[in-house]
Ligand binder design. Structure first.
Ligand code: ATP
Length: 297
């Protein structure tokens, strides 16, 4: 439903998007992952026809991006775009008018959208009286009020506490069940892992890898990860390399990629004679794939 091909964008001499190519299937939640400055917001602004690309091609439902395709898209930007002294209803009414919804449709849509984001009880409440999580949900409601086919959520849970985050995750799942296609940008790898059917990993304006988690797992040779705590890391690393394990550091953790599934006793046998405090086995997660694909050699 969204196709982007060879998109390029520079600000002055700085290339921000470089032949960016991706596609999003109808009805899926697609996660666009990238560090600060990778080019996520620039990409979104081009999709929404708010910014012009230097070259490349974007279609939404087979139509090239234009003023007309704006109605197919709803965007909830990183910063809330709400009027704090106005109520939830007044905010939605304002944005629904911008989208040209007739009075009766507006009223229906405001009610339906507030119900969808679980804010019906706060219809008349001024935004400034809502919690941070509620304000974020209202920000998403603004993006939904004109019934878009593609919903873009730019870091929807950044800065929220864990309970508010769970509510947004539930909301995203419900919207997906209603058939809305969602493009989600996030720094949070567990968020992407939980919600997204497909993921694109963006670095310096290029998609490094794209696919489901199962497809992305094939991009690295680890079948499982073992986190090892030992006072003698140097010897453990040397022994692990001899056993065909690949050493990696994840924060303070010393980890080894295992080339195949091994029983705990088989892993222990590899480190025989080396003092070990603990060994924890982990599945290969998006975190490991992301760090590997984006790391600078
Ligand atoms: N109007 C602009 N003029 C010049 N440089 C810009 C402009 N907008 C963005 N940039 C630069 O382009 C790069 C990509 O920015 P962009 O906002 O798309 O990244 P991002 O992946 O959304 O990052 P973040 O996660 O921090 O929002 C950054 O280096 C940014 O400084």
């Amino acid at each position: 439903m969204l196709r982007i091909k060879n998109l390029n964008k520079s600000y002055g001499k700085r290339k921000v998007l470089q032949d960016l190519t991706l596609h999003i299937n109808a009805g899926e939640v697609y996660g666009l992952l990238g560090a600060n400055g990778a080019g996520k917001t620039t990409t979104i602004n081009i999709i929404c026809n708010l910014l012009e690309a230097d070259s490349g091609y974007i279609t939404v439902y087979n139509q090239p991006v234009s003023e007309a395709t704006k109605t197919l898209i709803g965007i909830a930007p990183q910063e809330n775009i709400l009027y704090k002294t106005l109520s939830c209803e007044e905010n939605l009414n304002f944005f629904a008018k911008i989208y040209g919804l007739e009075r009766r449709t507006r009223q229906q849509q405001i009610k339906a959208t507030l119900a969808a984001v679980n804010l019906l009880a706060r219809t008349k409440s001024p935004v400034e009286t809502l919690s941070g999580g509620m304000q974020r949900r209202l920000n998403i409601a603004v993006a939904l009020v004109h019934e878009p086919k593609l919903l873009i959520l730019d870091e929807p849970t950044t800065g929220l506490d864990i309970e508010a985050r769970y509510e947004i995750w539930d909301l995203i799942r419900q919207l997906k069940e209603r058939g809305i296609t969602i493009l989600l940008t996030t720094h949070l790898l567990d968020e992407a892992e939980r919600l997204c059917q497909r993921i694109g990993i963006l670095k310096s304006g290029k998609i490094l890898a794209e696919g489901s988690l199962a497809e992305l797992r094939k991009r690295i040779s680890a079948k499982e990860i073992a986190i090892v705590q030992t006072p003698d890391e140097e010897q453990a690393i040397a022994r692990a390399i001899d056993s065909g394990f690949t050493p990696r550091r994840y924060g303070n953790d010393l980890a080894f990629w295992l080339p195949q599934h091994l029983e705990l006793k088989e892993i222990l046998a590899c480190f025989e004679g080396i003092p070990l405090d603990s060994i924890t086995r982990k599945q290969v997660g998006l975190e490991h794939i992301y760090l590997e694909l984006t790391r600078d050699y």
